[in-house]
Design a protein around this ligand. Structure first.
Ligand code: B1M
Length: 215
């Protein structure tokens, strides 16, 4: 296969042998972020489609996710960086009950490479921990990620909890993940949350929203 098709196929097949050499080759032609967006994410999409159609078993999905992570880790040091870190501070978490973290970690990379400090507290985080960490690190905004349909319900519960603790005004919230829709966030959640809640379709929109929040 030609280089970029081969790279995409490596994600789908969970094939690590030769991955880094292919990535190095690819970086001679494209920027690291373009490789993530055009090639690697397209491989993950195929994995999701195959899994959804019952044509791929879970252990192979996990393997594909591992290759995706290895690839992103290999590309990350070559990405362009703005090195201030002083534009503001964002807390990032995957919500309670959800282990998906590839998207969240991409948001971390993009936002922290563009002048923000990111406090990434990982997966399956209950609202208590999210709020404790937000307080401890004095963050400017809270970002929650979740890919399961049930995570969208958890996000709504989290916002309700923030309302009831009277801290909604203090924390603008960014939400992202495949199960969310823009209208759910911008209509339903925006209506119930007493602070500012915004939807990010992808990591770049997350960055744009962070810029807007910090203006
Ligand atoms: Co899971 N999984 N999975 N999975 N998995 C999905 C989400 C699913 C849609 C697959 C399918 O059925 N087609 C489905 C959810 C169905 C639903 O809820 N309706 C599903 C399921 C069912 C499950 C399990 C329940 C399977 C099982 O156990 N039977 C289980 C759940 C475990 C749990 O969470 N409790 C499970 C497990 C796993 C693995 C562990 C094997 C693995 C995750 C590994 C990991 O993340 N470390 C995995 C994977 C890899 C997927 C798919 C195939 C790919 C997800 C991914 O990484 N995409 C996924 C299929 C899909 O999404 N269509 C699927 C690439 C990533 C970059 O995209 O995270 O969407 P994404 O992030 C995007 C944007 O959404 C956005 O930016 C990113 C792009 O720039 N974004 C943000 C995300 N978060 C953001 C936050 C922001 C801003 C933007 O600000 C805060």
């Amino acid at each position: 296969l030609p280089l970029f098709e081969r790279l995409e196929q490596r994600i789908v097949d969970g094939e690590k042998n030769g991955l880094e050499a292919d990535l190095d080759e690819a970086m001679k032609e494209k920027k690291p972020l373009e490789i993530v967006n055009d090639t690697l994410l397209s491989g993950m999409k195929t994995v999701g489609d195959l899994f959804g159609a019952g044509q791929m078993q879970l252990p192979f999905v996990l393997q594909a996710a591992e290759i995706m992570k290895t690839a992103v880790a290999h590309l990350e040091p070559h990405m362009e960086k703005e090195d201030s870190g002083g534009k503001g501070r964002l807390l990032l978490a995957t919500v309670k009950g959800d282990v998906h973290d590839i998207g969240k970690n991409l948001v971390d990379i993009i936002v922290s490479n563009n002048g923000y400090e990111v406090v990434n507290i990982g997966i399956k985080q209950p609202i208590n921990t999210i709020l404790e960490e937000a307080e401890k690190h004095n963050v400017d905004a809270i970002g929650m990620s979740g890919l399961l349909v049930k995570s969208t319900v958890i996000m709504k519960d989290n916002l309700a909890e923030m309302n009831s603790r009277g801290i909604a005004e203090k924390y603008p919230v960014l939400l992202g993940g495949a199960a969310l829709t823009r209208s759910f966030v911008e209509n339903d959640l925006d209506e119930m949350y007493q602070g500012d809640v915004r939807y990010a379709k992808d990591a770049f929109e997350g960055l744009k929203l962070m810029d807007r929040i910090m203006q």
